[in-house]
Design a binder for this molecule. Structure first.
Ligand code: CUK
Ligand code: CUA
Length: 631
């Protein structure tokens, strides 16, 4: 289309488009060559006008242009993580984590089952809090960690391939909820909260009605090894958490300090607390062997209950929820939920608190009233905080230093603006706002209800992820984004921090074990397609290069256990193949230069066709073959 070529012409100079053009191949090359007709003055003028009309911090990302930020969104009880482009709010990719995924075969392939490990049989999850690894308080683009509240798990996504590469079930706890990373000096630890209190031990032998043995644990995970380094037993349950910018303290909210078992019991006390954990003291206690183990596992559990040297309990109004560290590193902010306030804890007072020079409440430097139902707070780089008000369906923008002045009796209005959002926001997040690189450009409000904002789609509605421009004095709502159940939290990472590979490298650990098996079978998967029989186990090694599978047929016996090992030899970006064995519930993705494998029972006699289910070539439909099953 000539017109399109003309309109896109000014973009040809930008590298990403050039690269993409190359990869479109012939058609695009002809297109560029043919676009010799100069643009008319009128066309330039109208484009210039359109550009000028767009705000300085424009939410518009034109076709062919790339977003400035990666967003990592949790998928809630869909169990996944999603990659969004910001500010376009285009969904770029889904990363299956705790769920099973029909397209990629996550949860079906041998590689994904190995990564899921002891929970390979669990096919559901509830992911809430995605957070990227950091170096010196800045995103380092290496990993994104995510919790599974439903099955007490923590997983890691490796950002060079954007796939889940580790998953662990946390012992001694139920429902891993709040999760963050150590920010400084680097993400040595991932921290997360066990939310639901359970008996210690939870072996069914104690009197289960006796709640005095119920505990909630704070969990500290070695980020590289993905093993629990230690746990800390606390009083009360735990909800959300965050780390400081000094590498010294972690803080968690507790909404049920009284260990109530019913809703009314849980909201009785006037005050709950924030628990602050002293990392150096915890590590010293661990080294000194001052821990116990429970439930027949050997994970060290430190005692951080009231009176312990490892922790301090700071009373705050009842049922706090979100816990957010300000991007200047000065404050922990606990969000009131049932109280219209947020509690600001000065991090530079925590040394004195731990050396008992001051009382817990002396660390509170302000408790501003922000509105009804404050859940989470985000920060810009100009001293402002943005708190979601679940009940008011608003974002309250307030100034932190002014709130502190008001707490000290000065007559200042710390509230800058309240913006209606649609509706009932849970988390919000600013661009790079949980790091030193907070840039004060964008805020996302993850609204739990969309109600009338979209075409009705039946009783179940999408959520509404709203994009808000915060670069000026006033917050401006610029985009409504329907999303499927249920993003709880997100992070917004500048694209310069993330460098994904375009092809798999053959030495990737995700399929290393599969290649080791091939080597044992004497098969070079890059050059050979071969059937290895081992009793009633059959391993079928097969190459794929568009539009051919290395085998057009292979023979097995009814009841054989068949493992398909498919290697994609294509070196061309984006040419992913798939493997699907019809009528066997087996399918998987095989991206360029990857090896994937899946095991199933050949339980149907006769001819069973397999085919490539990722559209890869003009002859994609013909990319298929037969499994001949002899009865
Ligand atoms: S929680 Cu869902 S809105 Cu799991 Cu971070 Cu607050
Ligand atoms: Cu290979 Cu479709």
């Amino acid at each position: 289309n000539k017109n399109n070529d003309l309109i896109e012409q000014p973009n040809q100079d930008t590298l990403p488009n050039k690269e993409r053009r190359k990869f479109f191949g012939k058609t695009a090359a002809i297109g560029i060559g043919a676009a010799v007709a100069p643009m008319s003055a009128a066309m330039f003028a109208s484009m210039a006008q359109a550009k000028a009309a767009e705000a300085a911090n424009s939410p518009f990302v034109h076709p062919g242009d790339l977003d400035e930020y990666y967003g990592f969104w949790s998928g809630g009880h869909s169990g996944e993580v999603r990659i969004m482009g910001l500010p376009s709010m285009r969904e770029l990719m889904r990363i299956p984590v705790f769920n099973i995924d029909s397209a990629t075969g996550w949860g079906l392939t041998n590689e994904s089952k190995r990564i899921k490990g002891d929970s390979a049989d669990i096919l559901a999850g509830d992911s809430h809090h995605p957070h990227m690894s950091m170096t010196d308080g800045r995103y380092n683009g290496k990993y994104v960690f995510i919790n599974d509240k439903a099955n007490s798990r923590v997983a890691r996504i490796r950002c060079n391939v954007m796939k889940t590469d580790k998953m662990i079930t946390i012992p001694n706890v139920q429902a891993i909820h709040g999760l963050r990373v150590q920010k400084v000096p680097e993400t040595k630890y991932v921290i997360c909260n066990g939310e639901f209190e359970i008996p210690m031990n939870n072996d069914g032998k104690a009197t289960l009605e006796d709640v005095s043995t119920y505990r909630s644990l704070f969990n500290v995970i070695d980020a590289e090894k993905m093993e629990v380094a230690f746990q800390v037993m606390v009083d009360g349950n735990l909800d959300n958490t965050d780390a400081d910018y000094d590498g010294k303290y972690f803080a968690s909210t507790s909404y049920n300090s009284e260990m109530g078992m019913t809703l009314s019991e849980m909201i009785t006390p006037e005050r709950d607390h924030v628990v602050v954990f002293n990392l150096a003291r915890c590590e010293a206690a661990l080294k000194a062997g001052q821990f116990k183990t429970y439930n027949d596992n050997n994970v060290p559990v430190l005692d951080g209950r009231k009176g312990s040297e490892l922790t301090r309990y700071i009373p705050v109004p009842k049922s706090p929820h979100g816990l957010n560290t300000s991007s200047d590193g000065k404050y922990f902010v606990a969000n009131g939920k049932l109280s219209p306030t947020v509690s600001i804890i000065a991090i530079n007072k925590l040394d004195d608190l731990f050396s008992d020079k001051i009382k817990p409440r002396d660390t509170i430097v302000a408790e501003p009233e922000v509105g009804l139902g404050p859940l989470h707070t985000a920060f810009d780089n100009r001293g402002n905080a943005y708190t979601t008000l679940f009940l008011d369906s608003q974002i309250a923008k307030w100034n932190v230093e002014d709130a502190i002045k008001a707490y000290n009796g000065e007559k200042v209005n710390y509230i800058r603006q309240k913006l209606d959002v649609h509706y009932q926001p849970g988390h919000n997040h600013t661009s790079q706002g949980e790091t030193r690189d907070a840039d004060g450009k964008w805020l996302v409000s993850l609204c739990k209800f969309s109600k009338d904002r979209f075409l009705p789609v039946g009783p179940l509605r999408p959520e509404n992820d709203q994009l808000i421009d915060i670069s000026g004095d006033e917050m401006k709502l610029v985009h409504d984004g329907p999303t499927f159940a249920e993003p709880h939290d997100c992070i917004i990472v500048h694209r310069s921090k993330v460098k994904p590979q375009k092809l798999w490298t053959r030495d990737d650990p995700i399929f290393a074990e599969t290649l080791a098996m091939a080597e044992k079978d004497g098969v070079d998967v890059m050059t050979q397609s071969k059937v290895i029989r081992d009793g009633n186990k059959v391993r079928v090694y097969m190459t794929s290069i568009a539009p051919n599978f290395g085998l057009t047929e292979f023979k097995v016996k009814l009841g054989d256990e068949v493992t398909m090992i498919v290697t994609n030899l294509d070196m061309v970006e984006d040419v992913t193949h798939g493997f699907c064995m019809t009528n066997h519930g087996v399918q998987m993705e095989v991206a360029p230069q990857a090896t994937s494998s899946v095991t199933f029972i050949a339980n149907k006699p006769g001819v069973q066709w397999y085919y490539c289910n990722w559209f890869c070539h003009a002859l994609h439909m013909e990319m298929r073959g037969r499994m001949l099953v002899e009865a």
